[in-house]
Design a protein around this ligand. Structure first.
Ligand SMILES: NC(=O)c1ccc[n+]([C@@H]2O[C@H](COP(=O)([O-])OP(=O)(O)OC[C@H]3O[C@@H](n4cnc5c(N)ncnc54)[C@H](O)[C@@H]3O)[C@@H](O)[C@H]2O)c1
Ligand SMILES: [Zn+2]
Length: 388
């Protein structure tokens, strides 16, 4: 097991990554709570009310393992799976269920699920009784390497994603790789693009490791997964520690996300998983990086090969102008300043504010030409199999 410490201006907490964590969750939780009690002078041990927020699917798969270490059952709250349920109405519904079940300021919430459960659970904990303690037990690869760490919580509005939320850090994160056993391949592969991103922006060693060990990673080899997960978490903890509120450095976490979010928004979040959209967005960022000279032609080739290695990404048929128009609504923009994250060499990144609409259009055209070609390649591969 690896323990990574997040230390920001407002919070310090451990992220545990390894196996067999769920099975021993209660004693682990008690240790974390005891430590917190020592630091704050509060009461040690589990509080009177412990709530678990999860989805019916995850609970069906993993409740037995979850409950192994809990003598007395925690109170289970459900959020249906799907981005459409990450909304304020559900936060109110869940808060009422907690109030009705005797939740108070000392209560603890365990967010047990993917990024959606984590974001809603974190936000619920941030505002219930003006803030209660919570822990994250992420169950998707993406949630383990990315969304459970860093304290961003929130929900969507019809006007856009994550438009209502707050910063609220968990007391601890328990990333148990065992639960990834039931995660569909497509979800795993999509999440891996956030790790590719982590390598590109800050960890050349992770890049090299992911180049050399893709097969092991796809086969969910325990050691390989632990290495990638821990390195990705370490990178995020590091960046968030330096810039909790995204005033500067934290922005680099958005590599591939300007065009990635635009792709998600134009396809109404229905066609691609988030990590897949970010994969295409990184292709655009690599093209722009090469054009601007922040990466060399050889580095461009190598990083493109890495993105390809973790593909194939779903094919796309979109209009480049529409895609660029959709980037205008990016939350990273301040007024008219268009922020864009560029890769710098191998394992570094920078934020630029002078990217022109023309340059973005060129990057969008490049990635869309690849995304159209992806259809052709896959079709050929399938035809080949049929022919054999
Ligand atoms: N707070 C942050 O910093 C941050 C960062 C990145 C993404 N996010 C948010 O995270 C969300 C996406 O998270 P996600 O990719 O984890 O998607 P998700 O939460 O929708 O989970 C994906 C699917 O996998 C299922 N699932 C989860 N764990 C499983 C398991 N172990 N076995 C089988 N099935 C399982 C879920 O039921 C769901 O159907 C988005 O809403 C995004 O905005 C937040
Ligand atoms: Zn992301």
């Amino acid at each position: 097991m690896q323990t990574i410490r997040v230390e920001t201006a407002s919070a310090r907490y451990p992220v545990f990554a390894g196996v067999q964590l769920l099975r021993s969750l209660r004693p682990r939780l008690e240790r974390v709570l005891d430590e917190e009690a020592r630091a704050t002078g509060g009461r040690a041990g589990l509080p009177r009310r412990v709530f678990v927020l999860t989805s019916p699917e995850i609970w069906a798969l993993w409740s037995r393992r979850f409950l192994e270490s809990f003598g007395e059952e925690p109170i289970v709250l459900f959020l249906p799976a799907g981005e459409q349920h990450k909304r304020l109405a559900n936060v109110e519904k869940l808060a009422r269920q907690m109030a009705a079940a005797g939740g108070d300021r000392s209560s603890l919430l365990i967010a047990f699920g993917g990024g959606i459960v984590g974001d809603v659970g974190g936000f619920l904990a941030a505002i219930f009784m003006r803030g209660i303690r919570y822990v994250q037990v992420p169950t998707t690869f993406l949630a383990q390497v990315d969304s459970s760490v860093g304290g961003k919580t929130g929900v969507n509005l019809p006007e856009g994603k994550n438009l209502v939320g707050s910063f609220h850090h968990p007391l601890a994160v328990f990333a148990d790789m065992d639960v990834l056993a039931t995660l569909p391949d497509r979800e795993l592969k999509a999440g891996l693009f956030e790790s590719v991103k982590a390598g590109m922006i800050r960890d050349r060693g992770l890049l090299r490791y992911m180049e050399a060990n893709a097969q092991k990673i796809f086969q969910r080899d325990g050691k390989a997964l632990e290495k990638v997960i821990a390195a990705s978490i370490r990178m995020k903890a590091d960046v968030v520690g330096a810039d909790e509120r995204e005033n500067g450095l934290r922005m680099i976490l958005n590599l591939g996300h300007t065009l990635g979010h635009a792709i998600e928004s134009v396809t109404r979040y229905r066609k691609l998983l988030h990590g897949e959209a970010v994969g295409w967005g990184m292709v655009g960022a690599l093209a722009l990086g090469q054009k601007r000279g922040s990466i060399s032609a050889a580095q461009f080739k190598r990083l493109m090969a890495l993105v390809k290695l973790y593909g194939p990404l779903p094919a796309l048929r979109l209009n480049a102008e529409r895609l660029v128009a959709a980037t205008a609504r990016d939350k990273k923009h301040l007024g008219d300043v268009r922020r864009f994250v560029l890769p710098v060499g191998l394992g570094n990144a920078c934020v630029v504010e002078d990217v022109t609409a023309e340059e973005l259009l060129e990057a969008a055209r490049f990635l869309l030409s690849m995304a159209r070609a992806e259809t052709g390649e896959r079709k050929t591969a399938r035809d080949g199999r049929h022919g054999a």
